[in-house]
Design a binder for this molecule. Structure first.
Ligand SMILES: Nc1nc2c(ncn2[C@@H]2O[C@H](COP(=O)(O)OP(=O)(O)O)[C@@H](O)[C@H]2O)c(=O)[nH]1
Ligand SMILES: [Mg+2]
Length: 272
């Protein structure tokens, strides 16, 4: 979003009734933006734990429990397969009915429930929004090159959805947060110290998902180190010895591609 579009989005936010805050199910705590709290003051927000297909289902259940205990509603979703959308649609129709019941009691006219989607980069905001809107294709500007602000798309059942998601910034609180956000690509891993990131990844996997590492087929010698990865891949440095930088980049990319199976980067115990 450009700055212009961003400010338009936040202007629209004032009249929104319900917000879907999209986070990454693999790190639903770290992928929340601290900005959200001040933005949604007084409005109902529902946490969408998206990419649930990539997360460890046992841990996702713990997260849902964690948020529920804190009085928040959290729904695990797989946007690619449209899994979990039944619950989303149900909430929308219930809230639209509630809103119009209240309006009627006050003797006011019926209106649509206004809904917006927001979150940090790469959590799947656009995919989730498109899934919500379904076939009601979002029209681009009438004339090419003309920027337009976010627009309301009307859905059946007295619901309107803002057609552009709100982009928020993640909080780079500490090294664990940076690792989780780089792994889920909320931030660009290439802008980080790759050796450090990959060492954190190895430490994490050896600790939490030791058998996942064997799926990479990088030798049996446990625990895996950057040295051993460079050795197996024959990544040699021009100064002699192994090229650990190259091993780090390779390992991080290989693990991100989902070959390791579903895994969760943090559990409620990590953040309490
Ligand atoms: N595995 C998986 N991938 C998803 C899911 N939702 C979105 N993605 C992928 O995540 C990437 C980022 O999605 P996008 O909607 O552009 O995220 P945005 O930056 O938040 O708008 C894309 O490659 C999507 O295909 C999901 O539920 N599961
Ligand atoms: Mg997007």
């Amino acid at each position: 979003m450009t700055t212009m579009e961003k400010s338009d989005f936040f202007k629209n936010l004032k009249v929104v009734d319900l917000i879907f805050e999209v986070v990454d199910a693999r790190c639903p705590y770290t992928s929340r933006s601290p900005e959200v709290q001040s933005l949604i003051r007084g409005k109902e927000s529902i946490l969408i734990l998206n990419k649930a297909d990539l997360a460890d289902p046992r841990v996702t259940r713990k997260w849902v429990e964690f948020f529920t205990t804190r009085g928040e509603e959290a729904l695990p979703i797989n946007t690619l397969l449209r899994e979990g959308f039944g619950a989303v649609k149900k909430i929308l129709s219930l809230r639209a009915a509630d809103l119009n019941k209240v309006l009627k009691e006050k003797g006011r006219l019926k209106r649509d429930l206004r809904v917006a989607v927001l979150g940090i980069p790469n959590t799947g905001k656009s995919s989730f929004l498109n899934a919500l809107l379904g076939k009601r294709a979002v029209k681009s500007g009438d004339r090419p090159g003309v920027t337009r602000g976010p627009q309301w798309v009307h859905l059946r059942g007295r619901i309107s959805v803002l057609d552009t998601p709100g982009l928020l910034f993640p909080q780079l609180k500490d090294e664990d947060a940076i690792f989780r956000l780089a792994f889920t690509r909320a931030i660009d891993p290439d802008q980080q110290d790759m050796i450090h990131l990959s060492e954190k990844l190895l430490q994490f996997l050896n600790d939490r998902y030791p058998s996942a590492l064997t799926k990479l087929g990088l030798g049996k010698g446990q625990p895996l180190t950057l040295e051993s990865v460079a050795q197996v891949k024959n990544f040699l440095s021009s100064q002699g010895g192994y090229d650990l930088q190259r091993a780090a980049v390779f390992l991080f990319a290989a693990c991100r591609k989902g070959k390791l199976g579903p895994l969760s980067l943090e559990t409620p115990d990590d953040v309490q």
